[in-house]
Design a protein around this ligand. Sequence first.
Ligand code: ZN
Length: 500
Amino acid sequence: MQKQEALERLHKIDQDIKHLDQVSALLQWDQETYMPSAAVEGRSEQLALLEGIKHEKFTDPEIGKLLEQLASDDKDLPDIERDFLRVFRKQYNRAIALPADLVTEAARAEGLSQAAWVEARKNNDYKTFIPHLEKMIGYAKKKAEYWGYSGHPYDGLLDIYEPGMTESVIEGVFVPLRDRLARLVQRIGEKPAPRSDFLSREFPVDLQAQFGEQVMKDLSYDFTQGRLDISAHPFTTTLGPRDVRITTRYFPQNMLSGLFSIIHESGHALYEMGFADHIRDTSLGDGASMGIHESQSRLWENVVGRSYAFWKGQYARLQGLFQSQLTDVSLDVFYAAVNRVQPSLIRVDADEVTYSLHVILRFELERKLFSGDLSVADLPEAWNTMMYAILGVRPDSDANGVLQDVHWSMGAFGYFPSYALGNLYGLQLWETLKAQNPNTERHIEQKNYVPVLEWLRSNVHIHGCRYEPGDLILRVTGRPLSAEPFIHYLEQKYGQLYSL
Ligand code: ZN
């Protein structure tokens, strides 16, 4: 087979796998939004069947032969094809690296572990979860061995979510970040809290939806290529080359929750809608990493959506929709409430300042679990002690402490850092964007978000996952990953808000 022919064959296989993924995503989207509850069992079987077909296709020995043939001489291929081969080869190698019996065994244990976690959390009974968590760590270690790593076993897991990222690089940015954030939280805590009573007034859900959809349009979310629906947990999903949907949920007495979920998910969706056309339906049409994906959602949600400039542009309309709820609330009072800082026990409820501390805590505990410096039995005490040290709050129960997140019960170790890395990537990009576009704030005040989106499109979105996150950040900002822009942004913004 000629080289060109082999490459075309590989592209065809890649596209078929991508389409199978999209069909699964459609079934899952339906399950989370409109599917009647009695259909759960049938749907699981449909999804399992698709998963099996996909696995079979992806581990076909033909792929190995094609990759081998193309590996021997890819010198004269265009860069984009070499990037495609690199990404495809990595996925293929990961899929075939694990012995089939390990995959089956781990999947079964994962099911049991998740069920045990649900019970343990409900009954606040960590002890019953210990043997499951030990098993999950054991499987993760085994998988990391098969996948391979150069430094720490934890690196083998990180690479799934943040290609090329290592424990030592993350430690280098997280440790100074932790200390400076903890100090900032402490200083904020010494100041009076801003007024926020009006946020729990009754905000009719249909009006919330009306406002949220208008914000999506303002942000250039394209409703001919997507839609907004309601689900228990907000998410973004890509169902085809021109079909990127988001969901949110509304609470009558917590208007900010639904709105900021919409902005957050729109950020994810704008990223997926912005992949270059020629990579959109290939393996390169994907986020560069979990963290880069989060950088996009958090940049829109926090850096833009919680800025004074944003509300200067949007507040009159919000006040117009909610006249009785917001009549006694000025723009300045609203802005301060949107950004109030309150150390809390639960990661998903955390504000912009404390959020990364929740993530750093999990990162530090995970590495200790993997290096053997911390036993599963001692985990709750380690959690509570560290939480008090960096956030000044101590969990009243394991259910609100070590048992609060689902990730560990699923064996998803190495995933948490992406959440905080997203903040760091986002601010590093934002700093460069602002240096190149000094009028950004004025545009945002005028509800013109196009220059921000266009900059992100041409610097980040169009590349999909052609570059690993570290390379992408260096390429766009001229500097390696750093926590400085994020810390500087928080110290400035909250220094003003809280008169520090
Ligand atoms: Zn997100």
